[in-house]
Ligand binder design. Structure first.
Ligand SMILES: [Zn+2]
Length: 238
């Protein structure tokens, strides 16, 4: 009886192992739940880091986000982190980078500020994320219907927000569109948001010698992208 039970247990274990193994091989989502180690992070090239973000956005848009055990990831990252990428995004509640790119605990650094511009503090944070912590790519994520962009276009003045929006004014000045130069013109709002994301991405290497060295050494890629709040889709800007 004992040996029969032992055999049954063994067979059940073997079946479960085979099932798990088959799951890992056939389910592309399985690897999404493994947390990044330093070695795994450095195996991801800068181009692959961007591809990984965009693949996550494709899952998000398709309604096929990965369901991982987040507390398992909390335990697995408790002693250290090695995120593969960093995202600079807006505080807009409709554009949380971890959700939009279908990423989880330990996967990406996120710097969020109204209007996703980059100032000294954001650049310093990104120098840490890349040079110290090893992230392979930085994606600056602008978005449609951005309230901060609209405020900057209309030169809104209010408390400390006035100084915040001043960071976006250069993008307003650099944008040329047909029609009214006000937040009432959707083409103006979208064009300034794109200009602002491009300028922020470009500014990272003009403002930071650390980031410039990483890019020139092929160890870091920086891109700008736009998120569409009407459909969740992220588009890389050329
Ligand atoms: Zn915004």
């Amino acid at each position: 009886m004992l040996s029969r039970r032992a055999f049954c247990g063994c067979a059940t274990f073997a079946a479960a192992f085979v099932a798990d193994h088959a799951f890992a091989e056939t389910n592309p989502n399985a690897s999404q739940c493994a947390v990044f180690t330093r070695a795994r992070q450095q195996d991801v090239s800068p181009d692959q880091a961007i591809e990984r973000l965009m693949a996550g956005n494709a899952r998000f848009v398709a309604g096929r986000t990965v369901n991982c055990d987040l507390m398992e990831q909390v335990k697995a990252t408790a002693k250290g982190q090695a995120p593969f990428a960093a995202v600079v995004g807006c505080i807009d509640s409709r554009v949380p980078p971890e959700l939009v790119f279908d990423q989880r605990i330990g996967d990406i650094f996120c710097a969020r500020i109204a209007g996703n511009f980059v100032n000294t503090d954001i650049v310093g944070s990104l120098e840490f994320a890349t040079k110290v912590a090893g992230a392979r790519a930085i994606l600056v994520l602008g978005h449609s219907e951005c309230g901060a962009i609209k405020g900057a276009i209309d030169d809104v003045k209010m408390g400390e927000l006035t100084a915040t929006l001043a960071n976006i004014r250069p993008a307003v000045a650099a944008t040329r569109v047909d029609g009214e130069r006000s937040a009432k013109n959707p083409a103006m709002v979208q064009a300034v948001a794109e200009t602002n994301a491009r300028m922020a991405a470009a500014r990272l290497t003009t403002k930071s010698a650390v980031l410039k060295d990483l890019v020139e050494g092929g160890r870091l890629r920086i891109v700008a992208a736009m998120h569409d709040v009407s459909n969740g889709h992220v588009r890389l800007l050329a």
